[in-house]
Every structure is written in structure tokens, then in C-alpha cells.
Design a protein around this ligand. Structure first.
Ligand SMILES: *Cc1c(COP(=O)(O)O)cnc(C)c1O
Length: 412
């Protein structure tokens, strides 16, 4: 008998824990939702979250923001990116990353992607030299971390400042060091589909006092920066307080209150994601047509989603695989589609970015599938999902197919 259809939801996260709900309700009862609305002697929930996250992340400073995308924009402005400037970033990333570069009026310069889904360091070196860019907005897309020692050495040699997009690597490590501690600043998201859930929200960390003082002022601190939890000393603000515009991107106390209890339990969530990810990955690895991205020993990832490639995927089969999976109740995303579907947009869909020739990225994306792994899935669910993915592949792939890889279609 064939396996039963999977009936779980790929967008259903766990509920907010009861203590987090109680903390959020307590803020609402107080009426003091704005982060600077405190009574004498009170520390706001946002300031407490900043302290707790800085401590957990091992960063000197932390700033809570309205979204991960706002954290990216504020970080770019705080490192001094100005309109018209070239900013390097991964070609394989999510739309808010080139969007943040566009928001500050800068020009995204997209860097190629390796078969293992990380930034191509040779292309990075070439484009750093060719574009004159000073800043790399490095996106650890889908939680895949490149060789950070090589990347840091390259950035130093090229004079590049590195801002890390850690939307998918909150809790991950490279060589024992937390993802987000290799560049000058790191940006995290607490949006529902990330590793902490406050609906929307962002966190920016850095050890650089000047950068963080500019970021606090940019976030809209109304000169109340002394009420921050993990911000530089007031004298750092003195020379710049009237020069930095207020861009209103603060987090509120309700969201911070619901995040604090979640942060206290995040290690258990990270472990639960990896159990599920590794369970599915082990099954997928048994299929001869599947290639899983390499996970070097230095990389301690968080498997909140899974990616796999079918390197010899015939173009006509690319849509059949997700369709066959969907018939079995499994939601696979294909990054090679001409039109964005949900979060899967690719560089050719970002028509505000100057067109790039990225043959390597196109080849990788045309053969790349992606699946979310919410923690509402049990390990038995993961086994069933893996069974269905393997069956979907067997049904759609011509046996022994070695035809050329699928070509991407232009969409702008
Ligand atoms: C979600 C995400 C962001 C932005 O986070 P928001 O909180 O949704 O603004 C940035 N980069 C990547 C890779 C993301 O997945």
C-alpha cells in the first residue's frame, strides 16, 4: 500500500508559548507599548530584549527594530552607504536583501552562487575589484554558511566592510563562532517564519560603538538613547546626535515581551529543527538523482528549511517535481521558475536591479528545490514527507536521465 497523503501545513508554526503571551498581555495592560514609555526605575521590554540578545549572541551591542529588512537598511546606512554606491550581495537570496540596498538608493552588485548555495569567493573577489564597492551585504541564505575565514581574508584584502544577513542563521555557528560575529554588524529577523516569532521584528548586533550609535539614532531614538539596553555610552552619541536622521524603525514592547521567553528556549528549538532536517536529509541522500549541499565540519547550521538539487533535472521535469509532491501533500518550492511563487523570487525578477549575467547561479537555481520545516512537524511527519519526495522524483524523472540542466527564462 502506498503512503498516506501528508496533511500537515508547511506554513504552520508553533503557537506563542503561554508565558510569552502572558508577558505580552501584561505590556498591553500597562498601556506602555512604546519602547521609551517607561516609568521611573523601569527598564522597557525592548531594552531587556536587547540586553538578552546581545548576551546570547556574544555581541557588545544590540538594537531591536521593526523588521529584519529594517535592520539591513539601518546597518547599511550606519556603515555609511550612500545613494548611487555599489553594494555587493549574494545573487541567491531573498527579495528584502536587494530591497534593502535599493531602499538606501544604492546599487546591488550580485555575486555568483556555488553548487553548495554559498557566495562564490572568486566571483566576489573579481566583483569587489571591478565595482569599487566598499560594502558586502553577505546573506547566509537558507542557512548555508560559506568559508568565513577565506571570506574574511578576502574582504580584508579588498577593503570590504561585511554586514551579515543572519535571517536564516540565528543560532548557527562557523568554527564555533556564532554566525553574525564575523562581520562589522549582523541583522536578524523575528518574523513568523524565522527562528523567533513576533510576527514582525528585527535585531541588529555589532561590537562597533560608532556604528551602533548611528544605528540607534537612525532607528528613531528621539534622543532617548540612554534608555537602551545594549547601546554604547551616551558620550558616543554626542558628536553625531544632530547629524543622523530619525527613520522610525523601532520595535515595541509587546513584541519584545513575547520574544524574551522564546529566546530563553531557543536552543531546544534549534535542536528540534536539526533533528527534523537531518531525518529528511538522510532519506533524500539515498536517491541517486539528488545532491544535497555540502555541510563542512566547521558549519553548525540550523535546519529550519531544507534544500536539494537535482543536477540533471530536465527542464520539462522542473515543474513536475513540485506538482507530484503537491499531489502527495508536500510543498516544494522551485527556485528556477520564471515568475516568483511566494518567497522564491530570483535575480531576474528584481527588475529594479541592473541586469546581471549569472550563468552559475542560474544553473544552480534551475535545479534547486526548497522546503520549509516548521516545528509543528513530528519526526514521523518528516519520514512521510521524505517518502513522498522520493516517490515524486521517481515518478517525474526519466530513469537515468542525463539531459542538460534546465534553462532559466527571462522575466524582466
Ligand atoms: C526574512 C528575511 C529577511 C528580512 O526579514 P523581514 O523581517 O521579513 O524583513 C532578510 N533576509 C532573508 C534571507 C530573509 O529570509
Amino acid at each position: 500500500m502506498s503512503a498516506p497523503r501528508f496533511t500537515g501545513s508547511f506554513t504552520q508554526q508553533l503557537p506563542i508559548p503561554d508565558d510569552a503571551i502572558a508577558a505580552a498581555v501584561a505590556v498591553m495592560r500597562s498601556g506602555r507599548l512604546h519602547r521609551y514609555n517607561v516609568i521611573p526605575g523601569e527598564t522597557s521590554e525592548v531594552a531587556r530584549l536587547e540586553e538578552a540578545f546581545a548576551r546570547w549572541q556574544g555581541a557588545r551591542y544590540c538594537l531591536a527594530l521593526a523588521s529584519g529588512g529594517q535592520a539591513l537598511q539601518i546597518a547599511l546606512r550606519a556603515v555609511g552607504v550612500v545613494a548611487g554606491e555599489a553594494v555587493l550581495t549574494n545573487a541567491f537570496t531573498l527579495a528584502p536583501v536587494p530591497g534593502a540596498i535599493a531602499a538606501v538608493g544604492a546599487r546591488p552588485v550580485l555575486v555568483e552562487t556555488t553548487d553548495d548555495l554559498v557566495i562564490d569567493l572568486d566571483d566576489l573577489a573579481a566583483k569587489a575589484a571591478g565595482s569599487g564597492a566598499r560594502v558586502l551585504l553577505l546573506s547566509h541564505m537558507r542557512g548555508h554558511i560559506g568559508d568565513m575565514e577565506r571570506l574574511s581574508a578576502l574582504a580584508r584584502a579588498a577593503g570590504l566592510v561585511v554586514v551579515e544577513d543572519c535571517a536564516h542563521t540565528m543560532g548557527a555557528r562557523w568554527n564555533g563562532r556564532r554566525s553574525g560575529s564575523h562581520g562589522i554588524a549582523a541583522c536578524f529577523s523575528t518574523q513568523t517564519y524565522k527562528h523567533l516569532n513576533s510576527g514582525e521584528g528585527g535585531l541588529l548586533t555589532s561590537d562597533d560603538a560608532g556604528l551602533m550609535a548611528r544605528a540607534v539614532l537612525l532607528s528613531g531614538s528621539y534622543m532617548l538613547y540612554e534608555r537602551h539596553g545594549a547601546a554604547p555610552a551616551p558620550e558616543i552619541f554626542e558628536g553625531i546626535r544632530l547629524d543622523v536622521p530619525n527613520m522610525s524603525a523601532r520595535m515595541d514592547n509587546v513584541r519584545a515581551a513575547m520574544l524574551l521567553p522564546q529566546l530563553a528556549r531557543i536552543e531546544a528549538s534549534l535542536q528540534a529543527w536539526n533533528e527534523r532536517h537531518d531525518r529528511i536529509a538522510a532519506r533524500l541522500a539515498t536517491h541517486p538523482a539528488i545532491r544535497l549541499p555540502a555541510r563542512p565540519p566547521q558549519e553548525h547550521y540550523v535546519g529550519s528549511s531544507i534544500q536539494f538539487r537535482v543536477p540533471n533535472l530536465p527542464a520539462r521535469a522542473a515543474l513536475d517535481v513540485p506538482r507530484a509532491a503537491a499531489e502527495r501533500g508536500v510543498e516544494l518550492k522551485w527556485f528556477g521558475a520564471a515568475e516568483p511563487a511566494g518567497f522564491t523570487s530570483a535575480h531576474r525578477n528584481w527588475c529594479y536591479v541592473a541586469p546581471h549575467e549569472l550563468p552559475q547561479t542560474d544553473r544552480v537555481l534551475a535545479t534547486l528545490f526548497d522546503m520549509r520545516i516548521p516545528l509543528t512537524f513530528s519526526l514521523a511527519d518528516c519520514d512521510l514527507i521524505a517518502t513522498h519526495i522520493l516517490a515524486a522524483l521517481d515518478e517525474t524523472l526519466p530513469a537515468g536521465s542525463l539531459s542538460p540542466e534546465a534553462a532559466m527564462v527571462e522575466s524582466c
